[in-house]
Design a binder for this molecule. Structure first.
Ligand code: ZN
Length: 270
């Protein structure tokens, strides 16, 4: 069984110390997949200066020299890997970035280019901002050959671009949903990789304020019983001492299982 972790929102506004604070004793156990924003536009959240909450100015990640240097060092030490997390991460009046932006194709292309050139790495994973993707957004990601790491991906065939594998994948999800006694509206993270024509998808389990270690361990054990894999998704900027303790306890639990292998998120798709 593979276990991985993904952390969202590293960007121009991120100080290396913020990531160190959360992961200094985690990333030597398993690499953290940092889903990074290449040209972040500020919004209202902890860690972004107030003057940029509504400024609408896009900041290239490359302009944060300290972060770039730290990312190079952590990558070399295999502590982190890099995924693409949107382009600006901005919200539009009609939806989140990859639901509503008029140009998702350009955003994937230029975002990928910025991360690849700045961090000298190959990026193979896309994480949609707010886990939200339109049909066109998904098509843009798929065409770029990026795998998708989501938390709540829609399996409704009508919400997806045409792909010969959709009907079979839809049926697979439905079958496991039924097997685990869930009805249509019940929360469910499918524990296996779904492969499509040009990309693959995997769902993560959120670690957010309020999530308990017991909850995550229960979901991990279910994925394990089903012979699946497990990925935790979180945001460094909302991890306090309580959530850090939750993360540590869940990873300790996973580490005690002889069949578990801690991997980089990219390996989930291998
Ligand atoms: Zn995000």
């Amino acid at each position: 069984m593979k276990v991985a972790i993904r952390d969202d929102d590293a960007c121009f506004f991120t100080a290396p110390a913020e990531l160190e604070r959360v992961y200094h004793d985690v990333w030597d156990r398993l690499p953290v997949c940092l889903a990074a924003v290449p040209y972040a536009i500020g919004y209202e959240r902890v860690g972004i200066p107030r003057e940029h909450w509504r400024s609408g100015v896009a900041f290239p990640l490359a302009q944060n020299r300290d972060l770039v240097a730290a990312l190079h060092e952590w990558r070399a030490a295999r502590r982190v890997t890099i995924a693409l997390h949107g382009f600006t991460h901005e919200d539009f009046p009609s939806g989140y970035e990859f639901q509503a932006a008029p140009d998702p194709e350009r955003r994937v292309r230029e975002g990928l280019q910025h991360l690849t050139e700045t961090l000298d790495t190959r990026v193979t994973i896309f994480v949609p901002p707010h886990n939200a993707l339109s049909k066109r957004g998904l098509a843009a990601v798929s065409r770029a050959g990026l795998n998708l790491l989501g938390s709540f991906l829609s399996f409704r065939p009508s919400m997806r671009p045409w792909d010969a594998r959709t009907p079979l994948n839809w049926w697979r999800v439905r079958r496991v949903r039924a097997r685990t006694g869930r009805s249509k509206g019940d929360r469910f993270v499918y524990p296996y990789v779904l492969r499509y024509g040009r990309h693959a998808e995997f769902g993560c389990h959120s670690l957010v304020p309020g999530t308990t270690a017991d909850e995550l361990v229960t979901r991990f054990e279910e994925a394990r019983r089903l012979g699946g894999d497990f990925c935790i998704a979180t945001h460094y900027w909302e991890i306090d001492a309580t959530l850090r303790d939750v993360l540590r306890r869940v990873l300790d639990h996973c580490a005690r299982c002889a069949d578990v292998r801690f991997v980089a998120a990219e390996e989930l798709f291998a």
